[in-house]
Design a protein around this ligand. Structure first.
Ligand SMILES: NC(=O)c1ccc[n+]([C@@H]2O[C@H](COP(=O)([O-])OP(=O)(O)OC[C@H]3O[C@@H](n4cnc5c(N)ncnc54)[C@H](OP(=O)(O)O)[C@@H]3O)[C@@H](O)[C@H]2O)c1
Length: 250
């Protein structure tokens, strides 16, 4: 029962597709009411229909998580609907370029850092202020194994290393508010986002040749760890990074 999220209120950014969608549905299956936020309302409505079938409350909040005014309004809407936020999953991220470190430009840098790091941090700050007033909570950041060991995406890798460090900062500074912060670090997972990697035989085969399990992961395989970090089963766990990567980082 320590894995139960009955009565908890969760917010998942980037919850409409891919890994975020799987996480949002798994949190609902564990008993949490779930708010999902991303830019396209139609995609949010589709996942909301799936969540409500699990017998919990759902809220779809169209939001650009790279814009601070929209972050604040997203958090206010969730609190208005659910009264609190106990679980925050920072999952929205972007990578608009395959350029190497010698070629990548400032526009790509700003776009990646703005969403992957700045948006993640200020979403966490806004939600932590709510959690601090209530019973505390659990923040789960979606990093990447590219943040542990750099891959072909240079600025993305830097952003995800910073997400891991941001998680440790949150864990250290917010433990006194009864807020835990942990992150998952997915390996190569089959979503739209990573199509340029798993659909490219050269890049995919290079990755799988050093992945003991020898296959690409699926979005649903990311959700169990998030439910664990969100739940009382992880009540003494904070500041940790769990790689979900078929063994690639061992
Ligand atoms: N797939 C992989 O191999 C892999 C590996 C390691 C880590 N990850 C991480 O896993 C997370 C999810 O990735 P994914 O593969 O599931 O990607 P995905 O399938 O492309 O889904 C991305 C989600 O983020 C939302 N999003 C994108 N930009 C946004 C913005 N500015 N504001 C709000 N929402 C935004 C998207 O919806 P809208 O477009 O409607 O906004 C969508 O819901 C990311 O943090 C990614 O870095 C993925």
């Amino acid at each position: 029962m320590k894995f139960s999220l009955d009565g908890k209120k969760a917010l998942v950014t980037g919850g409409s597709r891919g890994i975020g969608r799987s996480i949002a549905i798994a949190l609902a299956e564990a008993g949490a009411d779930v708010a999902v936020a991303s830019r396209k309302p139609a995609d949010l409505e589709k996942v909301a229909e799936e969540i409500v079938k699990r017998g919990v409350k759902v809220l779809a909040v169209p939001t650009h998580v790279g814009r601070l005014d929209q972050i604040q309004s997203m958090v206010e809407k969730v609190v208005d609907a659910f009264e609190s936020i106990d679980i925050l999953v920072n999952n929205a991220a972007t990578n608009p370029t395959m350029a190497s470190a010698i070629d990548v430009d400032e526009r790509a840098w700003d776009s990646i850092m703005n969403l992957n790091l700045k948006g993640l941090f200020f979403t966490s700050q806004a939600v932590a202020r709510i959690m601090r007033e209530r019973a505390g909570g659990s923040i789960i950041n979606v990093a990447s194994i590219a943040g542990i060991s750099p891959d072909v995406l240079p600025v993305y890798s830097i952003s995800k290393a910073a997400v891991i460090h941001a998680t440790k900062v949150m864990a250290g500074q917010w433990a006194s508010f009864n807020i835990r912060a942990n992150c998952i670090a997915p390996g190569l997972i089959k979503t739209d986002f990573s199509r340029a990697l798993w659909d490219n035989p050269e890049i995919r085969d290079a990755a799988l040749s050093i992945t003991p399990m020898g296959r690409v992961g699926m979005p649903d395989e990311m959700a169990g760890a998030v439910v664990y970090f969100a739940s009382d089963a992880a009540s003494y766990v904070t500041g940790q990074v769990l790689a979900l990567d078929g063994g690639k980082t061992i």
